[in-house]
Ligand binder design. Sequence first.
Ligand code: XUL
Length: 509
Amino acid sequence: MLYLGIDSSTQGVKGIIIDPAQKKVVAEAAVNFGKDLPQYNAPNGFLEQADPLIKQSDPRMWLDGLELMLKRFQDSGVPLDQVAAISGSGQQHGSVYLNAQAETVLQNLSAEKSLAEQLAPCFSRKLSPIWMDRSTKEECAELSAKFGATLQKITGSPATERFTGPQIRKFYKDQPEDYANTDKIHLVSSFLCSVLIGKHAPIDYGDGAGMNLLDLTVLDYHAEITEFTAPGLIQKLPPAAASGTIAGPLVPYFEKYGMKSGIPVIVWSGDNPNSLIGTGCFEAGIAGISLGTSDTVFATMNEFCTDPDGYGHVMGNPAGGFMSLICFTNGSLARDRVREECKVDWETFDKLSAETENPDLHLILPYFDAESTPLQLIRGPHYNFDCKAEPADKMIRALLESQALSMKLHTSWLKDPVRKIRLTGGASACKGFRQIIADVFQADVETISVSNSAGLGAAFRAANSAGKIPFPVLAECFCGAVETVKPNPAMKDHYQTALEKYKAFEAER
Ligand code: XUL
């Protein structure tokens, strides 16, 4: 039995097919929006706009990306007809606005035309705001003024610029007619699941918690918050459902890629909840750190608690209960900028990160782009030293130590202290960074050889839900540690002092 996980991320769509009986990844395929679909003018997955706080994408690009990815599987002879179930992962918080026609179009998808062509008349809002959008400061202030601290207690997060609720409120205020013409508002995840099953798919508790609308105490939309966000919104939202729910059977449209129609499609989730599953972080105290465009830290929670500083989030855990998520926008984005400024290649960057020391505690608040943790709408970066006078090695070390210290600082609200870290994402290849993270957290750092943890997590969810294979069994087959870095106890006091210094520096901004 094969299981397919699809990951629709900011920059592209990837697919991964696993065979749990053989403990094998059977095939992977990838599409990059910038390279493969240049007609959408989105080299990094979103349109370049004059206001840097606005970040939007054309949802037709996500549909074309999905189809091209399946086509690539088909062209390389992958036995897609042996796939027994599918699930998926979407970049979180992004929203798709559909008019009433969508229902009929979804039900009658014809293999003659592409999904993008058929759904083009169904968008009541042509462009979708994505998670990088920070244009909803006013709407967040309105939600905070109305609900105060209860918003975080109920939804797991304070009003957050990139979250879907504030984005919907802005749309309702700015384009009331288009809002009135909107029949359903989907997340990226539930939108793509909908095309697979030919009807509106539910939103799972994992991705749904990134909306500022879901009452996590009862796992359904909060009537008053939803109504205040935008009148009549509750009717426009797909139902909320547990992540293991079968959304429906795959529609015949996908037979054109050699898939079997009728196989179960499991409700999709957000990339972070999927990554938690795909990195095997099922126990509280084991944190996953994904070092991607943005860096994210996530962990299973034994009990629901919220971040008093308001930067960390609580989401539904696809394995049951809750998970924490802290998102740092300036992850690889910042590493790449510093590398470029230092005029070194990645190999040298890696080498310098491991060889240099930073006894003077030089620190960087790397807000090259607007940051989410802590919230910084104005771009930085900020240095506590004369950056012009620093050689490359010192700059690189200061950046990586600052990023690790920020992760440590902003996970201090978690009730279960981080005792082990599972590291994934491109920058996990950086040896020096692995040791810095181990030393800052004073915890073992396991590197896992999973390049697409969100897609793998989606494939695990398909295998778990349709094939009844327990998550830990899947994790053992596919995401064992390839290397463990031990913390150096001699660095404990040094990094304790550094943490205090970082905290004070961050507070000054
Ligand atoms: C999480 C967040 C990002 C996106 C990236 O809150 O905004 O991690 O999910 O895809």
